[in-house]
Design a protein around this ligand. Structure first.
Ligand code: GDP
Ligand code: MG
Length: 711
């Protein structure tokens, strides 16, 4: 067993004690440095075939002998005979740390530089080229993360190697001073060497530098060498004359200059630049006056792109689906299975799949905001607005996502630290009108407010936000009372987005939407179809079949083309009438009639009521249910519009219906997400609360509309 001694030096808070503990474990003893009340810790470690004695030096910023700590540290390195000095450097604070490190190196012992806090440096975008430092100084450099015990083995390997194999007088490239000072050092070195005066175990050059600095301890050691002190005195005067400054200050400046050079060589400045550029961008984007309008513009642009760009793939999917429907229609013989497949599965999934492009684009935009770093700025800007609700800017991110789909939005509340904030945000997010509700608005507003559907839709979104604000205030002052604790919004530097990670982010969230479509919506569509398809044997109010048969006979006899067309039209109307009565008498129709009284004061009749109930599965289903119930053949928006118009629905009841769709219980998947992120009780609360709010506001809209004679 061979034995070596390692001294650990470093700035306070560089992680020295942490590394000392990593190296020694419980194997420590604590005492005092001789003569002073500075704590001295020693410990033992074993690595490969070495017994290692480790001494934790006091943390200091320099080795100028001003404080007891500095003296103790320097004395131990000089006279305690450590085989190697391991100097711990805070890598996130390289420049300051190197000041001490370079002084340690100047003492001439074998040294290892440890770049600790490597994780912090990395997270701040500081990248340090260890090999470059090593090459510049001829000192081995290793990285560690002290609090994770990373790099400890490499540290020991390197330290042993340096202690055992490096000659103690290995040629280091130490600090180079300015020319005049180097000249002075040279003449003092010459004087010391000529008479072999150097203090034991110390490099000659170091003696000279300390004398020139006027280090009182070292100068004291030479008090019996008046000739040397005279040479030193002359040099000091020269330096003072030249620089008009105390020699110690001049030497310190030179050291910092040298260190700045190392940092420039070894630290990548591209990150620094990035931070500077970020600051410039922020001058505009988070500007007190410009910031908000720019933010509103981005949000507006996001929705614009989502819906205008999304319209193209929407059409492709639409025509693709109708081609598929027509193909299956002609390819499959009539059966229950066929009806289920076409009217249930395909129609249900299709009415949702159509919105996939919108969802993808919206989530792409949100990923873009997040990846570039703009989302943090948006949260920062929204901070003041969010305080209206008793939340802070961070809650804005889930809420914004809520416009896409509430499910990932509720899940995103996880990033909030405070539990009450999390609950409140999760409860308010469903008032952000998700994209599933949009088709309902598009069709109803398009049908009943053809002059200005856009304004109506905008007002609905806005109503959702207002309801969220009021609800937030209400909950904050009751069940979720709490302080909105001040916090620091982190503003990471802007980054150029990478397409791959944008796509991954987009996909991660869209996946939730697709899962919902594949599972919940599929099952929901099948159930609704079944309920509207059965019972099979219905007592019709008149014999439609006979009527249709009769018309067909008439058609064969018809002479002119216009006569044939007229009969065709009558057949179509009669079969539609039959279908409507079918649905009214089906199970779902009966359910609708039962719940009608609940919706009656809102001006919502039974078919829409059923659609609302089925919308609990997923709000996308509202439209497809309406399609089934209003007797529309394929899921064609135009057909549904005319069916709605002829159904007796008025603009006012349509408005009431839209308000209800906006506010009532979010879909099952969202309720489950709220449950998972908060608790069953809060999920249940949300169920009742949203229904009450929806009913109340729809009632207000419908009844006050009637009062003023609208619709
Ligand atoms: P000393 O003053 O040099 O003895 O520093 P300590 O060992 O007491 O460490 C100061 C703090 O920094 C402690 O909270 C450590 O957990 C932490 N720390 C030490 N090394 C690292 C590191 O590599 N990364 C990070 N993030 N923290 C560290
Ligand atoms: Mg310590």
């Amino acid at each position: 067993m061979k034995s070596i001694t390692i001294a650990l030096s470093g700035n306070p808070n560089s992680g020295k004690t942490t590394i000392f503990n990593n190296l020694t474990g419980a194997n420590q003893k604590v005492g005092n440095w001789p003569g002073v009340t500075v704590e001295k810790k020693e410990g033992k470690a074993r690595h490969k075939d070495y017994d290692i004695n480790i001494v934790d030096l006091p943390g200091t910023y320099s080795l100028t002998p001003f404080s007891a700590e500095e003296i103790a540290a320097r004395d131990f390195i000089l006279t305690g005979d450590p085989d190697v000095v391991v100097n711990i450097i805070d890598a996130s604070n390289l420049e300051r740390s190197l000041y001490l490190a370079m002084q340690v190196a100047e003492l001439g012992r074998p040294v290892v530089f440890v770049l600790n806090m490597a994780d912090v440096a990395r997270s701040r975008g500081i990248s340090i080229d260890a090999e470059q430092i090593c090459a510049l100084l001829n000192i081995p450099v290793v990285f560690t993360v002290g609090n994770k015990n990373q790099g400890t083995d490499i540290l020991l390997d390197t330290a042993i190697n340096e202690a055992v194999f490096a000659s103690k007088n290995k040629k280091r490239r130490g600090i180079k001073y300015s020319q005049e000072i180097e000249k002075c050092i040279e003449s003092v070195v010459h004087e010391i060497e000529a008479r072999n005066l150097a203090l034991p175990e110390t490099p000659v050059r170091w003696n000279a530098v300390k004398l020139l600095e006027g280090d009182r301890i070292i100068t004291g050691e030479f008090e019996n060498e008046p000739h040397l002190l005279e040479v030193v005195g002359k040099c000091r005067n020269r330096i003072e004359d030249l620089f008009q400054e105390d020699p110690e200050m001049v030497l310190t400046d030179d050291r910092y200059g040298f260190i700045a050079g190392i940092v420039k060589e070894a630290v990548s400045i591209s990150n620094k630049k990035r931070i500077d550029i970020s600051r410039d961008i922020d001058l505009v984007l988070t500007n007190r006056i410009l910031g908000f309008p720019i933010f509103i513009f981005f949000i507006w642009a996001m929705f614009q792109i989502t819906f205008s760009l999304g319209a193209y793939p929407m059409e492709w999917i639409d025509s693709g689906l109708s081609i598929l429907t027509r193909f299956l229609d002609s390819a499959i013989a009539p059966s229950y299975f066929k009806d289920l497949l076409l009217d249930g599965v395909l129609a249900g999934i299709g009415s949702v799949a159509i919105f996939l492009p919108n969802i993808l684009i919206l989530f792409f935009c949100i990923a873009l905001f997040e990846d570039t770093g703009y989302m943090a700025r948006a949260a920062f800007l929204m901070d003041r607005v969010m305080h209206l609700v008793g939340l802070h800017g961070k809650s804005f991110i889930p809420m914004l996502m809520g416009f896409g789909c509430n499910v990932p939005a509720v899940m995103a509340t996880r990033t909030l630290e405070n539990k009450k904030d999390r609950i409140l945000t999760a409860l308010l997010t469903p008032f952000m009108s998700c994209s599933a509700r949009l088709p309902v608005y598009v069709i109803l507003a398009g049908t009943f407010f053809p002059q200005n559907p856009g304004t109506i839709i905008f007002l609905l979104y806005f109503t959702g936000i207002i309801v969220a604000v009021i609800s937030g205030k209400l909950l904050r002052s009751t069940a979720l009372k709490g302080e909105d604790a001040p916090f620091v919004m982190e503003l990471p530097p802007y980054r150029a987005p990478m397409l791959k990670s944008l796509l991954i982010h987009m996909w991660d969230r869209s996946k939730m939407f697709l899962k919902k479509m594949g599972g919940v919506i599929l099952v929901g569509s099948i159930i609704i179809w079944t309920l509207s398809y059965f019972p099979k044997d219905i007592d019709y109010s008149k014999d439609y079949s006979a009527g249709i048969r009769q018309l067909k006979i008439e058609k064969e006899k018809a002479g002119t083309l216009s006569e044939t067309e007229e009969i065709n039209e009558r057949i179509y109307r009669l079969s539609k009438e039959k279908k409507t009565e079918r649905v009214a008498k089906s199970y779902i129709g009966r359910i609708g009639k039962t719940i009608e009284p609940f919706f009656d004061p809102l001006g919502i009749e039974w078919r829409s009521s059923v659609a609302l109930i089925t919308g609990l599965v997923a709000k996308e289903i509202v439209i497809s249910t309406m399609g089934v119930l209003y007797g529309v053949e394929n899921q064609n928006a135009n057909a549904l519009e005319s069916a709605l118009k002829s159904s007796g629905m008025t603009p006012l009841s349509a408005l009431s219906l839209m308000v209800f769709v906006l506010l009532y219980i979010p879909c099952t998947a969202t309720i489950i997400a709220i449950w998972k992120e908060t608790s069953g009780r809060w999920a249940l609360f949300n169920l009742f609360y949203t229904t009450a709010v929806a009913w109340g506001l729809s009632f207000l809209v419908y009844q006050s509309g009637r009062l003023i004679g609208f619709g």
